[in-house]
Design a protein around this ligand. Structure first.
Ligand code: PFF
Length: 470
C-alpha cells in the first residue's frame, strides 16, 4: 500500500516521499485507529485483574499518574517522530539519524519497537483466542444459571486443552492477517469505525448493570479509595508497565500509525483524546467487573481468570444474558483484534520496505511466524505449565514462556524503549522540528511538555526500571 515510500533501499527520502500514499482519512479515523490499538485486552482483561491483584485504589492512582507523566508524553513523542519520519519505525529512525547527524545507535530504538510489538502479538493472539472461544460458550448458554465452580471449570477446561487453545489462537491470527493484508483503508479503518463505538456502548450497558447490584459502591470504593499500605514496589512497576502496554507505546505501533497521519492533524490534542478514551474504558471495565466480583463473593485478586470467570457469572444471572454475553465477548474479540492488527503493522511496514515483499506477502510471512511462535504461549497453560526456560536468570525464575514474554515486553522492553523515545524527543530532536510537528509556539504547553520529556518521564521510567533490574 505504500509502494512509493517503501520502494528502493536508500534511507534519504523524507516523509515527503510518501506524498500520494494512503493516509488516515481524517483526525477521527486516526483517533479511532489509535484508540482501537490502545483499547484492547489490556483495558478489559488486564487492567481489572492487575488492579485486583494489587489491592485497588492506590494502584489505580499510581496508574493514572503513570499515564499522565509517562504515557501521554511518550505517546505524543512517538506519534510525532512517526509522522515526521513517515516510514516503518526502523526506516524512520534510519532517516532521522542521517538527517540530524545522530549516532546510528538510535536506529536500535526502531528495532526494539518492531520486535516488541511482534513478540506481544504471539501471546496476545492466544488470549484473543480465549475471547473467541467465549463467544461460543456464551451463545451456547453455557453460563446460564451456572455456579462459579461450573464457570471455573469451563475456563480451566479451555486452558488445559492445548488443541483447543491452538485452534482459537489460529482463528484469531487468521482474522488479523486477513485484515492487515487488505491495507489501511479497506482493512483497518473500515472495521474500526463501526466497532469502537459499539464496544463503548456495550461497556456502558455493563456498567449500568453493575450499578443495579447492591455492590456497586463496594466496586467504586475498591477502585478509587487509595490504601497505600497495599502498594508494593512491584505494584508500581506493574502500573508503569501497564501504562505502556495499554497505550501501545514503546512498541513501534504509534510510530507506524503516526506515519499515516496527515500533516494538519494536531498531535497533542489528539494524543490527549486517545489517552482519555483508553483510561476511560479501563475504568469503566473496572466499574463493570468489581461490583459483580463482590456481589458474587469472588476474589478480586483472582488473576488472569478474572474476566473469564466473573463476567460470565453475571451473564448467567441477568435477563438476556445469552444475548449480552455473546455480544460482549464478540466485542472483546473485536477490541483485541483492533489491537492485534496494530501489533502486526510495524513489522509489516518494515518488511514491505524490503525488496520483493508486497503487503500481502509480508503480512502472510509475519502472521505465520507469529502464529507458530504462539504455540509457546498455548503450551504455557498446560503441557509446559511448569517449564521455566529462563529460570537461571533471577527475574525470570518461575516464569513460563507466556510469563516471560509478558514480563519481557511490558516490564522491560516497553519502558526501555519509552525511555529512549522521551530522551530522543526531549534532548536530540531539534526544537524547530518539534514545534513544527506539534504545531506549538513558545508557551507554557510547549515548555511543560519538553520539561516532562527531558526530566520527568526519563526519571520516572529509569527509577522503576533500575529498581526492577537490581
Ligand atoms: N494496548 C493494547 C491493550 O491494552 O490491549 C495492547 C497493545 C497493543 C500492546 C498494541 C502493544 C501493541 F503494540
Amino acid at each position: 500500500m505504500s509502494e512509493v515510500a517503501h520502494s528502493g533501499g536508500g534511507v534519504s527520502e523524507s516523509a515527503d516521499a510518501r506524498a500520494g500514499n494512503p493516509m488516515w482519512s481524517s483526525r477521527l479515523a486516526f483517533i479511532l485507529a489509535a484508540s482501537g490499538s490502545a483499547v484492547g485486552l489490556g483495558n478489559i482483561w488486564k487492567f481489572p485483574y492487575i488492579t485486583g491483584e494489587n489491592g485497588g485504589g492506590a494502584f489505580v492512582l499510581v496508574y493514572l499518574l503513570c499515564i499522565a507523566i509517562v504515557g501521554l508524553p511518550i505517546l505524543i513523542a512517538e506519534v510525532m517522530i512517526g509522522r515526521w519520519g513517515g516510514g516503518s519505525p526502523i526506516r524512520t529512525m534510519q532517516w532521522l539519524v542521517k538527517k540530524e547527524g545522530l549516532s546510528r545507535h538510535w536506529v536500535g530504538l526502531g528495532w526494539l519497537g518492531v520486535s516488541a510489538s511482534f513478540l506481544i502479538l504471539t501471546f496476545y493472539s492466544v488470549i484473543g483466542g480465549w475471547a473467541v472461544s467465549y463467544v461460543g460458550e456464551a451463545a451456547n448458554s453455557s453460563f446460564a444459571g451456572a455456579s462459579s465452580d461450573e464457570i471455573g471449570s469451563i475456563f480451566g477446561g479451555l486452558l488445559s486443552n492445548p488443541w483447543q487453545l491452538f485452534m482459537w489462537h489460529s482463528v484469531f491470527m487468521l482474522a488479523v492477517v486477513m485484515i492487515v493484508a487488505r491495507g489501511l483503508k479497506s482493512g483497518m479503518e473500515k472495521a474500526i469505525n463501526i466497532l469502537m463505538p459499539l464496544l463503548f456502548l456495550l461497556l456502558l450497558v455493563m456498567v449500568g448493570y453493575a450499578a443495579s447490584t447492591d455492590h456497586f459502591y463496594a466496586g467504586i470504593e475498591f477502585l478509587f479509595a487509595a490504601d497505600f499500605s497495599k502498594l508494593s514496589t512491584e505494584a508500581v512497576l506493574s502500573a508503569l508497565g501497564h501504562a505502556f502496554f495499554t497505550l501501545s507505546i514503546g512498541v513501534g505501533v504509534m510510530f507506524a500509525y503516526g506515519s499515516f497521519l496527515p500533516k494538519d492533524v494536531p498531535i497533542v490534542k489528539t494524543a490527549v483524546t486517545i489517552s482519555v478514551v483508553d483510561t476511560g474504558v479501563a475504568l469503566l471495565a473496572g466499574l463493570a467487573i468489581f461490583p459483580l466480583v463482590f456481589a458474587n463473593g469472588l476474589e478480586p485478586g483472582a488473576g488472569p481468570g478474572l474476566i473469564f470467570q466473573t463476567l460470565p457469572l453475571a451473564f448467567g444471572k441477568m435477563a438476556g444474558g445469552v444475548f449480552f454475553g455473546t455480544l460482549f465477548f464478540a466485542l472483546l474479540v473485536i477490541a483485541a483484534l483492533t489491537s492485534a492488527i496494530s501489533m502486526l503493522e510495524p513489522t509489516v511496514e518494515w518488511l514491505e520496505e524490503r525488496q520483493g515483499f508486497n503487503r500481502m506477502k509480508a503480512t502472510i510471512v509475519l502472521g505465520a511466524l507469529a502464529w507458530i511462535m504462539g504455540i509457546g504461549t498455548v503450551l504455557s497453560f498446560n503441557e509446559w505449565a511448569e517449564f521455566y526456560p529462563l529460570a537461571f536468570i533471577p527475574v525470570f525464575e518461575g516464569k513460563t514462556i507466556f510469563d516471560i514474554l509478558d514480563y519481557l515486553t511490558a516490564n522491560l522492553i516497553m519502558p526501555l524503549s519509552g525511555l529512549c523515545l522521551a530522551v530522543f524527543a526531549g534532548w536530540f530532536m531539534s526544537r524547530k522540528v518539534v514545534k513544527e510537528q506539534l504545531g506549538l509556539g513558545d508557551g507554557v504547553l510547549y515548555d511543560s511538555l519538553i520539561f516532562t520529556l527531558r526530566f520527568l518521564t526519563p526519571a520516572a521510567v529509569a527509577i522503576v526500571f533500575i529498581y526492577n533490574l537490581f
